[in-house]
Design a protein around this ligand. Structure first.
Ligand code: CTP
Ligand code: MG
Length: 556
C-alpha cells in the first residue's frame, strides 16, 4: 500500500524553501559547488531532527480554509512552515517555531470518545481535526493549491526526456523528477520522530534515526523508510562521575547475546507499534534475519518502514554514501539513471529475492567512478587518510573511520560528460570479469573474489560480507546482457541520432524502453537453457524471496 502524495503547496512558505533548494542544487549542477560550504551529514541530521520535534501531523477535513486553519494553530505559537498533502485524505504538516507550541496544542486536544469501538489513549503529535460546524466552512473558497510531487509516469518521463537538449540534460532531468522533495524529506524525519515518541514509552531517551536512501542522497520518491532505533544514549557508560570507593551500576536484565537482546527489544517495539501506534498497520516482525527488523506501513505518510536496532554500521554507510553523492554533481545523476534503467528492465524489484538491489547498483556506480582516469570519486581508504582524531570510529571491531567534512576533500579534475560516463558504465560492466573479480570501494580496484557468489561487492566496513550475496547467476547475466545492449544502443546513436522533432525516444529515453530487452531475449532464446535448469532457477528465486531467507534485509 503506497499512496502517492499529492502535495498542496503554500505560497510564501515551503514553496519558497523548495525554490531555494532548487536554486542551490542548480548551483551544484553548474559546477559552482566549491564556493558554498557543504553541510556535514551529522549537521543535516541534527537540524532535521530538531525541526521534526517541533512539527505535528494533522488529518484535516477535505474542505478547509487554510487561513482559518493557520490562525487557529497560531494560538499555540508562531508557525515556521506548513504544507498539505493527500494520501487517502488531506493531511497537514505544520512546523512550529518552538517545541512548547506542540505541548500547548496537545493540552487542548481530547481523546475521541468512540461509539462502537474503544480508543487506546496516546498523546501523540498526530492529530485529527474535526469541524464543530462544517456547514460554515463549505461556502469558503479553499485557497490550497495542488501540486503533485509523486514520481512522473513512464509516459511523462519519456516525453520530458525526448524534449531534453542533450543526454546530460536527460540525466539531470531524470534526477530532478525522481529525487526526494523538501516536503517528502520533512515527512520522513517527522515519521521517525513520531515512532520515537512511541518507542520512548519503553526506552526513555531513545532516538529513532532515518538511514538508507532516505538520507544518503540517493533516495527516489516512493522509496522505503529505513529507521534505526538508537539506544546508545541510554547504554552509555557514565565514567568517573562517582568518587570514593563506590561504583553504581543499573540493575538490568541479562540475556545470552547481543542478537537476543536486539530480537527482544524489536519484538516489544513491534507489539507496541501494532497495538498502540496510530496509523501503523501491517506490522511484521522479521527477527530471524541476519539483521532483525520490524516492517510496517505508516498509513498517514504512506511510507513502508523497516525498523532495526543495533545497526550502527548501516548508519555509517549511509553517511559514506551521502559524502559520495554530495562530492560531485555527476554522481547522483548517474546513480538515479542507472537505478531507473534497472527498474525499467525488472533487474530490481520491490520484492526481496535474487535481484540486484539499489544499494548494490549504487556501489557499482561509485566503484566505476573511482576507476575513471583521473578518478571522479576517491577511495574509502583515501577518505580514511584524510580523517582527523574526531572522525575516528570503530564499531564492533570494524574500522569505520573516514573524513566527515566534505569541504576538505579536493574536487576531481575529471571533466567527462554524463553522456560519456553513462556509455562507459555500460561498457565497463558489460565486460567486467565478474567470475573472478570482486568490487571493492574501499580500495577502488578489482580484487580476487574471496567466495563463489556470482556477484561479489564487498561491504565497505564489514569487509567479510558480500552485499550482493543474494544475486544469482541468471540475474547477473541479465544485467550483463542489458549493459552490453545499452552500450551498443548509445554507440549506434552517436552515428545516427533521431531529430527531436521526430518524437522518437533517443539517448536515455531509448534505454528505458522495454523494447531494448527484445533483442537481448531473442539472443538468449537462441542459447536457451534446458527446462530443468530454468525450473531450478525459478525455485531458487522463490526460495530466496521467503522472509526467512530474506537476503535483501538479511544483508542490512
Ligand atoms: N545495507 C547494508 N548491506 C546490505 C543491504 C543494506 O549495509 N546488504 C544498508 C545500507 O546502508 C542501505 C541500508 O541498509 O543503504 C538500507 O537498505 P535498503 O533499504 O535495502 O537500501 P537503500 O539504500 O535504502 O535503497 P532503497 O531506495 O532501495 O531502499
Ligand atoms: Mg531503503
Amino acid at each position: 500500500l503506497r499512496p502517492t502524495h499529492r502535495l498542496l503547496s503554500c505560497p510564501g512558505t515551503v514553496a519558497a524553501d523548495v525554490k531555494r533548494e532548487e536554486q542551490s542544487s542548480r548551483n551544484v549542477e553548474t559546477g559552482s559547488e566549491g564556493r558554498t560550504p557543504k553541510k556535514k551529514f551529522s549537521e543535516v541530521q541534527k537540524e532535521r531532527r530538531e525541526q521534526a520535534q517541533r512539527t505535528v501531523l494533522i488529518r484535516c477535513p477535505n474542505k478547509i480554509s487554510e487561513k482559518k486553519f493557520l490562525k487557529y494553530l497560531s494560538q499555540h505559537g508562531p508557525i515556521n512552515s506548513h504544507f498539505f498533502y493527500e494520501s487517502f485524505g488531506l493531511y497537514a504538516v505544520v512546523e512550529f517555531s518552538q517545541k512548547e507550541s506542540v505541548t500547548s496544542l496537545q493540552n487542548v486536544t481530547r481523546t475521541p470518545s468512540m461509539e462502537t469501538e474503544a480508543a487506546i489513549p496516546f498523546k501523540s503529535r498526530f492529530f485529527n481535526l474535526k469541524m464543530k460546524n462544517p456547514s460554515s466552512q463549505t461556502s469558503e473558497q479553499s485557497c490550497i493549491q495542488s501540486s503533485n510531487h509523486s514520481p512522473p509516469s513512464n509516459k511523462k518521463l519519456s516525453e520530458l526526456l525526448c524534449y531534453a537538449e542533450s543526454v546530460d540534460d536527460q540525466l539531470n532531468t531524470l534526477l530532478k523528477e525522481f529525487q526526494l522533495t523538501e516536503e517528502d524529506i520533512k515527512l520522513r524525519y517527522l515519521t521517525c520522530s513520531l515512532i520515537e515518541d512511541l518507542a520512548a514509552a519503553y526506552f526513555q531517551d531513545c532516538t529513532v534515526r532515518p538511514f538508507g536512501s532516505s538520507v544518503n542522497s540517493f533516495g527516489k520518491l516512493g522509496c522505503d523508510l529505513d529507521m534505526f532505533l538508537d539506544l546508545d544514549e541510554i547504554g552509555k557508560l557514565s565514567t568517573n562521575k562517582t568518587s570514593g570507593n563506590f561504583l553504581m551500576e543499573f540493575q538490568v536484565k541479562n540475556v545470552p547475546s547481543e542478537r537476543i537482546a536486539t530480537q527482544k527489544i524489536l519484538s516489544v517495539i513491534g507489539e507496541c507499534l501494532d497495538h498502540f501506534g496510530p496509523g501503523c498497520v501491517g506490522v511484521q516482525k522479521i527477527l530471524n534475519a541476519r539483521c532483525p527488523l520490524v516492517r510496517f506501513s505508516h498509513q498517514a505518510s504512506g511510507f513502508q518502514c523497516d525498523l532495526t536496532t543495533n545497526n550502527r554500521i548501516a548508519l555509517k554507510s549511509s553517511e559514506l554514501l551521502y559524502i559520495y553523492g554530495t562530492l560531485d554533481s555527476r554522481v547522483r545523476a548517474l546513480v538515479f539513471s542507472i537505478r531507473c534503467w534497472a527498474r525499467a528492465h525488472s533487474l530490481t524489484s520491490s520484492i526481496p529475492g535474487s535481484w540486484i538491489t539499489n544499494f548494490s547498483l549504487t556501489m557499482m556506480v561509485i566503484f566505476f567512478l573511482q576507476r575513471r582516469s583521473p578518478p571522479i570519486l576517491p577511495t574509502l581508504d583515501y577518505l580514511k587518510t584524510l580523517a582527523d582524531a574526531e572522525d575516528k570510529c570503530i564499531i564492533e571491531g570494524h574500522n569505520c573511520t573516514f573524513i566527515h567534512d566534505l569541504n576538505r576533500i579536493k574536487p576531481s579534475g575529471n571533466t567527462e560528460t554524463l553522456e560519456s560516463l553513462l556509455k562507459e558504465f555500460f561498457e565497463y560492466f558489460g565486460n567486467f570479469a565478474f567470475n573472478k573479480n570482486s568490487i571493492n570501494i574501499r580500495q577502488g580496484r578489482e580484487q580476487n573474489k574471496p567466495e563463489s557468489s556470482p556477484l561479489h561487492i564487498q561491504n565497505p566496513f564489514e569487509t567479510s560480507l558480500n552485499i550482493s550475496k543474494n544475486v544469482n547467476q541468471s540475474q547477473l547475466q541479465k544485467f550483463v546482457d542489458l549493459a552490453q545492449e545499452s552500450a551498443w544502443i548509445l554507440s549506434q546513436e552517436d552515428k545516427d541520432r533521431p531529430s527531436p522533432s521526430s518524437h522518437q525516444p533517443w539517448g536515455l529515453a531509448s534505454l528505458l524502453q522495454p523494447s531494448v530487452l527484445s533483442s537481448v531475449s531473442l539472443a538468449k532464446k537462441k542459447r536457451k537453457k534446458p527446462a530443468s535448469e530454468r525450473i531450478k532457477n525459478l525455485l531458487e528465486s522463490i526460495k530466496s524471496s521467503s522472509p526467512e531467507n530474506d537476503t535483501h534485509t538479511n544483508g542490512k
